[in-house]
Design a protein around this ligand. Sequence first.
Ligand code: FES
Length: 304
Amino acid sequence: MFKIVKRKEMAGGNMVLNEIEAPIIARKARPGQFVILRANETGERIPMTLADLDTEKGTITIIFSVVGRSTVLFSELQEGDYYQDVVGPLGKPTEIGMVGTAICVGGGTGVAVLYPIAKMLKTMGNRVISIIGARCEELIILREEIERVSDELLICTDNGSVGRNAQVTELLQEFLAKETPGVVIAIGPVAMMKRVSDITRPLNIKTIVSLNPIMIDGTGMCGSCRVEVGGAVKFACVDGPEFDGHEVDFDQLMQRLQAFRDEEKQSLDACGGAKVHRCKMEEEIASNDPGKANETPVAQVKAA
Ligand code: FES
């Protein structure tokens, strides 16, 4: 059993931070890795990439959007309550060394995954430029934390309520018109990571993305997390979750993330539903493809 020592609602209650007592995992984990949690004995196994860890306190931190039945269940756990299981650390840690300038691009809850990576890059001596975005100011998370580990922080929102009225990819393109960084790390909705990779590919700028496909065992046994990278089948749980964005088949990933959308919706409806915020890029992609107009947002399926 793993005790929640701190619980904080973020983004107007749409996201929840849990700091969890897990000393062995905290000692071993590195930025970029993830854990799989279950709220109770019959609960679904949910993968969450670590948002932070504290080796002295022996705690790990996760941040999740409340978008599916399991995350609704997670959100109901209070300080002092326990997760039934937390397994990890799983996956490969981030493998980025000294690159000079690193651009960290984060959208939605992806900012939580980006934070420990930006912190590590800054600690190593890199110049860190962070670009974070969300639908509106309320949904921007970890702003101060990201600012502390960045040499420059650029913020944008879909409605201009804070920062620029733009998308993260527009700010990225503006930066790339002036300067070529050593690496771009993009973490957030699949549509955003795809677009970032499309921008950096012709410029030949190394681009790392963190994938969160449907997972079950998290140990490379079930095959549910398979993704195609550079024409080869990879398992995100053991070969990732970070991959070269230029090599990822994002369209296939989006398709696979939709595989259980009807079941997810039924399950969510059965527990009273939850607010869903759809990534603007996903909306744009859907509006250009009438067949996708009514699909469940990828971000919802990912975290459900
Ligand atoms: Fe089963 Fe990755 S989650 S192989």
